[in-house]
Design a protein around this ligand. Structure first.
Ligand SMILES: NC(=O)CC[C@H](N)C(=O)O
Length: 367
């Protein structure tokens, strides 16, 4: 067996609690972030490369990670975005037709610290009870006091603007330039599969950096506008909120996913808040309040839109509700061509129940 004497490692939570594990491979070091857990049984490569996870240490609740390897095109951005990985059993061997590398090599190329052999069930149940918090994973197990000091300096996710860390620096194009429709997308941490989904509906997309102005987007002469998913707290994203306000003021077609959904709420004067624990997984039940139908959805968020404020807003309608906890899962503006969801219709990973939302966006554009 590979790596018989693997380095001991710990996960130290901000409240001082310690869980033990071992470093994956020959990796050594220390990595800080907010600890969160994802319950998906597949889709780890897409999750690790989703920019929404920037700054987070991810616990996989599935007991085996790595067993189906990695595949070059199963990425949601050009690099791993999670800050560190915590698993129960790390599989150094892999087996899948179509896989082109091991997860170990993929983590190495991205220089990501991962620890395994952690009692992830105990860890997740602890985070569930005590809420999301900062943590550190480290192989420097003899320096716990030093790690505690450094951990105390790590900023809280609440109030943290992270879109600027993952957004494109320069605008770029996606899709076929001869497509019938044009969409301007604001990249506050966009996943590739959102671009693929929009472009596949006869749309040519121009993607803009997080701090672009409405005028920059407008100059592309788009038929519709899109606000992406992304990391961090939506509240400090004042530039994106300003863009949303301008689009709404002009009653132009607008669709927002996850962070983009939160930005649309904020642009309407509805606040967002940090959840005790977020929703991260690929089987979250949502009810479409318009059709009465249920959807099984892919989710990844730690903030949510204030339901009471959304309900009492004269121009907002709650179109989707999360059935586990009744939080807001979708919004539409009654008098405008604007709608958004808190979850991920592009899946990747996850079910495709909600891909009709991309059709709806294009229908809105046609109107
Ligand atoms: N996937 C996302 O866009 C996440 C949005 C936001 N960062 C949150 O955690 O709620």
């Amino acid at each position: 067996m590979k790596y018989q004497k693997r380095q001991k490692a710990i996960i130290l939570l901000a409240d001082g609690t310690i869980f033990h594990g071992k470093a994956v491979g020959n990796k050594q070091g220390t990595s800080f972030g907010e600890v969160c857990f994802n319950t998906g049984m597949t889709g780890y490569q897409e999750i690790f490369t989703d920019p929404s996870y920037y700054g987070q240490l991810m616990v996989a609740t599935n007991a085996h990670i790595g067993n189906y390897g990695t595949k070059a095109d199963e990425i949601e951005s050009d690099s791993i975005k999670i800050a560190g990985l915590i698993v129960k059993n790390f599989s150094y061997d892999y087996s899948r037709v179509g896989a082109d590398d091991s997860l170990e090599n993929f983590l190495d190329k991205n220089n990501l610290l991962a620890i395994s052999d952690v009692d992830t069930r105990a860890l997740v149940s602890y985070i569930r009870d005590h809420g999301a918090m900062n943590a550190v994973i480290s192989t420097e197990i003899d320096k716990i006091d030093e790690l505690k000091k450094q951990l105390a300096e790590v900023p809280n996710m609440e109030g943290l603007e992270l879109a600027s860390k993952v957004s494109t620096k320069e605008p770029y194009y996606f899709g076929d330039e001869n497509a019938t429709y044009k969409v301007a997308a604001l990249d506050i941490g966009i996943k590739k599969n959102i671009l693929r989904n929009i472009a596949s509906r006869d749309v040519y997309i121009k993607v803009f950096p997080y701090n672009a102005k409405f005028e920059d987007l407008e100059a592309f002469k788009p038929d519709g506008y899109f606000l992406s998913n992304g990391p961090g707290d939506p509240e400090p994203l004042v530039e994106a909120q300003a863009v949303a306000k301008e689009i709404i003021k002009r009653d132009l077609p607008l669709f927002g996913i996850c962070l983009g959904h939160q930005v649309i709420a904020l642009a309407n004067g509805v606040s967002t808040y940090k959840m005790h624990n977020g929703h991260r997984g690929i089987n979250h039940p949502v009810k479409n309040m318009i059709t009465g139908k249920g959807e099984i959805t892919s989710q990844n968020h730690g903030f949510a839109v204030n339901r009471e404020e959304a309900e009492s807003h004269p121009d907002l309608e709650i179109t989707h509700v999360h059935l586990n906890d009744n939080t807001v899962a979708g919004l539409a503006m009654k008098s405008k061509n604007v709608f958004s969801v808190q979850y991920h219709p592009e899946a990747s990973p996850g079910p495709h129940d909600s891909s009709y939302l991309f059709d709806q966006f294009v229908e809105n554009i046609k109107k």
